[in-house]
Design a protein. Structure first.
Length: 185
């Protein structure tokens, strides 16, 4: 493995994955506030006898139903798991990456979809407004609205989509839908 391969892999990963600092910082801030409040209450209770008596009296007099406590606990547990998962899980951007011997290439899924739409429109003799393509992680979906009275071959459209993907150097499966009603030209 050359130095370029290592650099390309690191840069391409940075470009295709979103930073998770927002959720991580929010979890850290919530934990810091909760721990700071706990420390303040404990120290204040050790120093001030009246505060300790008032706090223990309020806690002792509050008798919530066990179901309410279980519900609050489950809700807080679910929130904690979601926040921790959001902070740790890698975020994916809608981009694709590949390398060659000389360069690392990052393509936005929208650019790939536009390329496939342009190829379909040119091959079918349609305007770009009649072709809609979306690129997902594994499937590229093309929706073609033909001109009224003109038949569009679904297999030809599928080949155009796969051809546009292979020209860019990416592999995915293609899903094609031909609209039942056409547009008047």
């Amino acid at each position: 493995m050359s130095v370029n391969d290592t650099v390309y892999r690191r840069v391409l990963r940075r470009e295709t994955h979103a930073a998770r600092t927002g959720p991580a910082v929010s979890v850290a801030v919530v934990l810091a506030v909760v721990l700071t409040a706990a420390v303040v209450v404990i120290v204040w209770g050790l120093v001030d006898q009246d505060f300790r008596a008032a706090t223990f009296g309020a806690v002792a007099s509050a008798r919530p139903l066990p179901g309410v406590l279980i519900g609050i606990g489950v809700g807080l547990l679910v929130l904690a798991v979601l926040l921790i998962f959001a902070a740790i899980a890698p975020g994916r951007r809608s981009r694709r990456a590949r390398t060659t011997d000389r360069v690392g290439l990052v393509l936005d899924d929208g650019v790939l979809a536009d390329s496939a739409a342009a190829r379909i429109a040119a091959a079918s003799g349609l305007s770009m407004s009649q072709v809609s393509v979306t690129a997902g992680k594994r499937v590229v979906t093309a929706v073609v609205t033909p001109t009224s009275g003109v038949q569009i071959d679904e297999e030809a459209v599928r080949k155009d989509v796969l051809g546009a993907l292979s020209d860019a150097g990416f592999a995915a499966s293609a899903r094609v839908k031909i609209a039942e009603r056409g547009v008047v030209s």
